[in-house]
Design a protein around this ligand. Structure first.
Ligand code: NAI
Length: 286
């Protein structure tokens, strides 16, 4: 029987989340997505109006179907966490049940269980500031949206993740090497995410036989990456210095995720898988 995947962090057809959805759909999985509440209307109307149809085409010529789009804000675990100003915000008031716990409950109600959980989201309000100029508030916001959001998602989806299932997040090498420009505590957030991948692999493995891995992806011109402001430079740097001198396509990351989610990876858990044309292995620029 086909597997069911929930992919958190899809709001257009440019990012890794979309590409992962396509690779999983091409491999026969049913696709559910979680879309950030403020981006929900435009994403759903674009989908409906056929704006993404070209990018929905799968290798066999059919169009990827997204069975359901759930509004999600992964910085809130349950309704009690939501502050008044967010509740009153009209972009949020127009949707309901978008905290992590409520989304997991809705998916359970609608489908019973899932096999694959994907975390493809990050946010750091001060990402353009060096760490030395980052405020406590900005740093904690980066950790909340980019690291704890994953702990929370896995925690709430674990009871409905079928044993043998797979959970995957996306990370970046700025966690372990100096990448000037990836600021605001985002490098710290990715370090936390990678460390948590190991601990969560142990806990979710023992508890429900779930594998937990993260993909350290090379640079992609996504909406989030454009907001950081140095993405073209990072793509050029990779082209000049990586062992494989080609632009990285989102599809290559999607295919790696499909591998990690498949039985082909049944003994792989707690790892950081580099999908970056090998750039991580270089010790010097050339
Ligand atoms: P993207 O813009 O396609 O994806 C980020 C998504 O996170 C967006 O859809 C945004 O709406 C969503 N989001 C932000 N805050 C949220 C919240 N509180 N609740 C729910 N959703 C929220 O950009 P991209 O680059 O594809 O990012 C996906 C993942 O890939 C991120 O973890 C990112 O750090 C990682 N990554 C990206 C690289 C790149 O060069 N683009 C390189 C390495 C890792």
């Amino acid at each position: 029987k086909g597997k069911r995947a929930f992919i958190a962090g899809v709001a257009d057809d440019n990012g890794y989340g979309w590409a992962i959805a396509k690779s999983l759909a091409a491999a026969g999985a049913e696709i559910l997505v979680g879309t950030w509440v403020p981006a929900l209307n435009i994403f759903e109307s674009s989908l409906r109006r056929g704006k993404f149809d070209e990018s929905r085409i799968l290798p066999d010529g059919s169009l990827m179907e997204i069975t359901k789009v759930y509004p999600l804000d992964a910085v809130f675990d349950n309704p009690e966490d939501v502050p008044e100003d967010i509740k009153a915000n009209k972009r949020y008031a127009g949707s309901s049940k978008w905290t992590v716990q409520e989304v997991a409950e809705s998916v359970k109600e609608d489908f019973g269980s899932i096999d694959i959980l994907l975390h493809s989201l990050a946010n750091g309000p001060e990402v353009t500031k060096p760490l030395l100029e980052t405020s406590r508030k900005g740093y904690l916001a980066a950790i909340s949206a980019s690291s704890y959001s994953y702990v929370s998602l896995l925690k709430h989806f674990l009871p409905i993740l079928n044993p043998g299932g797979s959970s995957i997040s996306l990370t970046y090498i700025a966690s372990e090497r100096i990448i000037p420009g990836y600021g605001g505590g985002m490098s710290s957030a990715k370090a936390a995410l990678e460390s948590d991948t190991k601990v969560l692999a142990f806990e979710a493995g023992r508890k429900r036989k779930i594998r937990v891995n993260t993909i350290s992806a090379g640079p992609l011109r996504s909406r989030a990456a454009k907001a950081i402001g140095f993405i073209d430079m990072m793509i050029d740097y990779s082209l000049a210095n990586a062992p494989l001198q080609k632009e990285l396509s989102a599809e290559e990351v999607g295919n790696a995720a499909a591998f990690l989610a498949s039985p082909l990876a049944s003994a792989i858990t707690g790892t950081v898988l580099y999908v970056d044309n090998g750039l991580n292995a270089m010790g010097v620029g050339v």
